[in-house]
Ligand binder design. Sequence first.
Ligand SMILES: Cc1cc2nc3c(=O)[nH]c(=O)nc-3n(C[C@H](O)[C@H](O)[C@H](O)COP(=O)(O)OP(=O)(O)OC[C@H]3O[C@@H](n4cnc5c(N)ncnc54)[C@H](O)[C@@H]3O)c2cc1C
Length: 380
Amino acid sequence: MDFSLTKEQQMIKEMVRDFAEKEIAPYAAKWDEEAYFPREVFRKMGELGLLGLPFPESYGGAGGDTISYAIAVEEIGRACGGTGLSYAAAVSLGASPIYYFGSEEQKQTWLVPMAKGETLGAFGLTEPNAGSDAGGTRTTAVLDGDEYVINGEKCWITNAQYARQVIVTAVTGKDARGKNIITALIVPTDSPGFTIRSNYDKMGVRASNTCELVFENVRVPKENVLGDPQKGFKQFLYTLDGGRISIAALAVGIAQAAFEKALQYAKERVQFGQSISKFQAIQFKLADMAMEIELARNMVYKAAWLKDQGKPFTKEASFAKLFASEMGFRVCNQAIQIHGGYGYMKEYGVERHLRDIKLMEIGEGTSEIQRLVIARQLGC
Ligand SMILES: Cc1cc2nc3c(=O)[nH]c(=O)nc-3n(C[C@H](O)[C@H](O)[C@H](O)COP(=O)(O)OP(=O)(O)OC[C@H]3O[C@@H](n4cnc5c(N)ncnc54)[C@H](O)[C@@H]3O)c2cc1C
């Protein structure tokens, strides 16, 4: 397989890099410091077609492929990890499930405005007592006439405070084996009884909006069920497979930013009468960092390519997510090491990358869960 980018993919890379360097990177440290979600930047991304990048033009999208979308996530993440996370969550978690499983009417109502960048969406799966074990969801949705009544709680939901609607997973019954039946419902954020709070003080990705959701007798029409009401569990597994490609791309972008800073610093910093980049110990670190980033990027492209071809990509998405996130942590850590004491200071901007990248080993399935997914794919 030839991984050289097509003309369109190359154009998207240049366009997003240019945008991110002008509109995001100069403000990333401030947004991190103030935990500020740059809503206005998402409007501009919408105007550029980035929020609908992988969706067809008939749904307000740009008709791009998954590789182009991964490139966009990488470039935004290179400028700001938090903005990159919110971008990836808006597309992969907020909009994609409606594209994959929504009815035509749901697509027109919810997907089109998201793809055009007019609205944002969120995806509420995780609960205080159901993280990796998402099947242990406790939120319930009970059918009452033509409406579902939702009660429960979700935690750490990206973008919810700025979203028009959240896709919420809830238990709607038990199957023949006594296991929870999980259903996905589209819940408008202005529904009575729906409370959204954003009080978390995060270690990293601080420009990303992260919320707690509380549902107290929230009523939604049964037309708001997304896809097959019996198959909410399967649907979110598929959604997360796609999301993992974007988290891997984000890890590559954050690692790339840390690497570039380390390379430049190594050339400038003089110790023992020469630039530290002349020391083999530093050269070998930089060589390993460059190689590992490139390897992770290729893994992202391969998983994205498989998805675009309509081939199975679960294993490759987990490979990419696991490798890229752990690689990214190593690279960001070494970038600080190359900066020495200056790297430990906020002023140099490398410590932010380490704080941001840590989330990549946790969100959308921890590293441990990725290993379980891969082992299952190997037939274990
Ligand atoms: C900033 C941020 C944004 C997020 N955004 C969203 C979002 O938009 N939507 C959403 O639904 N969720 C979101 N999440 C939640 C995220 O997906 C979960 O944090 C993640 O899935 C892990 O769940 P948990 O934190 O409950 O950890 P737990 O599941 O409690 O895991 C704790 C530890 O135990 C390990 N562990 C658990 N089970 C096993 C096992 N079977 N074998 C081996 N090890 C195991 C884990 O790997 C981990 O190391 C977000 C989280 C954060 C921090």
